[in-house]
Design a protein around this ligand. Sequence first.
Ligand SMILES: Cc1cc2nc3c(=O)[nH]c(=O)nc-3n(C[C@H](O)[C@H](O)[C@H](O)COP(=O)(O)OP(=O)(O)OC[C@H]3O[C@@H](n4cnc5c(N)ncnc54)[C@H](O)[C@@H]3O)c2cc1C
Length: 502
Amino acid sequence: MKPVDVVVVGAGPVGMTLACELARHGVGFRLIDRVLRPFDGSRGKTLQPRTLELMDDLGVIARILARGEWTPAIRVHQPGGETAIEHLFGGRLPTSDTPYPRPFTIAQNLTEEILRGRLTELGGRVEYGVELEGLEQTDEGVVLTLSAPTGQELQRASYVVGCDGGRSTLRGLLGVPFEGDTDETRRLYVADVRLSGLDRTSWHSFRGRGGMLNLAPLATTDLFQCQAAVPPQAPDQPTLPLLQSIINERTGCDDIRLLDMAWGTAWRLNVRLAARYRVGRAFLAGDAGHVHSPAGAQGLNTGVQDAYNLGWKIAGALRGAPTALLDSYEAERRPIAAWMLGMTSALEAQSFEMKGLPTGRDDSMLQLNLAYRGGVLAREQRAAPGYVVAGDRIPDATGLIWNGTPARLFDVLRGPRPTVLAFGDRWGEALAALRAHFPEPQLALVQVSPNGEVVDAEGHLRASLQITGAPLLVIRPDKYLGLATDRADAAEVEAYLRSLIG
Ligand SMILES: Cc1cc2nc3c(=O)[nH]c(=O)nc-3n(C[C@H](O)[C@H](O)[C@H](O)COP(=O)(O)OP(=O)(O)OC[C@H]3O[C@@H](n4cnc5c(N)ncnc54)[C@H](O)[C@@H]3O)c2cc1C
């Protein structure tokens, strides 16, 4: 086979996000998956606000919002059907700096369908029925053994990324330990069911005899996702009669009738973190790097953010950026996964043991304030930085005029390249020098001033970034603040940009 830049193994949400990113950067790739057709179940049904921002950048936010709903209240029922209380899953109202402020519910298969559609628009596709079986690595690249419907093939590539799920083949081939525990006593049925006798205006939680039971309507479908603690001796595969008896027992009434089951599985508590995310030219992302409880709805979200972090770095390395850029992937993403494992385990225990209902969602759980402060790519050089410092997520800001048209900051930043935001009129020479070194579309150069490309007409941009004075900011392709400086030193900014995009 002709060598390619990257082989992405696994076309779940993480592999497809990565493939979209690589396509946007013009990187050549193959995206393979051993299954013959896409997965068809609701599994990871909650998108966190930071993931919605990623989907906005990728150009699919309208499609996502059209296929799901803002996560409704969860109604906790007393045994017998009497309503106890409704809780909201945290979050807040939209503001200028946070357009998507609350968790959003959409079945994972619909999210995947939307990503697949975007990938097609970007010129990519999934090769189904192609499985990774072997790996050899040299300093120059990798040679992969793939089994395809046409037989075995060898594929050379500069890099390989394992987005191949919790049982990752690539992780095994690399010999990377998957450290942590599996608790066989904590099992949960998860099934997509059609039923009668329950309204679709809220999630329903029954916390009576026999363990927890949640029934969550999946908007834009006629399905509910059923989650039920598995009784001790029950089999791993749920059946309709078994789920019906669990529902009758735990609701204490018989007016909810199951009509059919579109998909069902049993999940067991498995909390593990890969000891490394990178071995030479091979990387792990998504569930291949971290698995944990679904409580708190972090898994898919953390995985797609891994892909968002890694895609532009691989593109930069292929253009000649220093290897420290690739090292920063594990340095930035693994600590976040380690934190997430602890946080979701605590929620899991609370929810499984029915010690209250953990519905509070702070900005970490919404993934809005997970940041890379103090990391290798974070250069904070201002004398008086505000609340948002190098390494932080870039918030949105409304009320801008961008080349004469009303816009918000996310419109200005949208796309796979870094953006230089230069506040005030003193950066003319530096911007001209940068323009000569990095022509469009490698870099977006934006002067924010009454005479610039962007006018902060209502002051929201300065307020949301807490800008004082007239700094220059370099915003990374994944929309984190990279460099923040007061010094009008184009050479320094150029060197920083070279370290990002080669
Ligand atoms: C019951 C349940 C509820 C969940 N709820 C949530 C939630 O609310 N929010 C949330 O964020 N997450 C949730 N998750 C987690 C979420 O589903 C996963 O985190 C997500 O699917 C991980 O995506 P991924 O792309 O890393 O892996 P996967 O979706 O597992 O995709 C991996 C792909 O790799 C392919 N593959 C494997 N091996 C090979 C090979 N050797 N060669 C080629 N292809 C291969 C597989 O066929 C598969 O398609 C839930 C999970 C479960 C089970």
